[in-house]
Design a protein. Sequence first.
Length: 256
Amino acid sequence: MKYLSADYPSTCPRSAVSPVHADNVLTVHAERGFALMPTTNPDSSDAPPAPGPGGVKPAVLCRGNTAAAVVAQPAPRARPARRRATGLRSTIPADLSFEDLVAVIDSREQHPLDLAPLRTCIGALATGDYSVCGLESVIAIERKGLADLLGCIGQERERFHREVLRLSAYPVRALVVESTWLEIERGRWRSKVNPSAALGSILNWVAMGLPVVMAGDHARAGRYVSRILFIAARRRWREARGLWPACARPERRDAG
């Protein structure tokens, strides 16, 4: 039995194809996904070759004046049907609760706050001391005790100024201080920082776009930070949920 490569071009005119006797059948060894199909005798009453697997249609190749074979050519693949998105909105909770969120505490934080009822985990934050898991690039909260705050105003002024600039790039940012405005104004501390200079530095950070929250003490600072994290995350959740109906609309079907 003779074989002809499936890569041989079929350029012969149809009139040049001569009948092929049944005892001299040629076949083509199919490559690259082509099915192997035998030729038939044109003089016989046999029906034309039926399409092969997957809707493959036969075609005639020729060489010189002799018909060579019937080779199967793959039909175009049908596009897979896309599932319609229905009922997706019902799978998303209407709102968030404290128990749904996980607060991230920076691993360098030496005196972590109690953020109950939020769940917490330790992580490495690029900026700030507190954020929400999944929203680390959106929320950044910095905590400072009074001694830390005075150090940022005095010897570490330049370093903390760069920190303020990084915090300003976050959509949700804040500086939570474990002190009060009255305590800052009175200046009853051992540091050499002048109360007026301290107050001016804090107000300058506010003017730069960094909100400053005077919590008063460590326990209240924990409650304030927990609330800020929750409110910020809930706002993002509601914004994302508002976009969901557009994603859940059924797809349009093409006419015909």
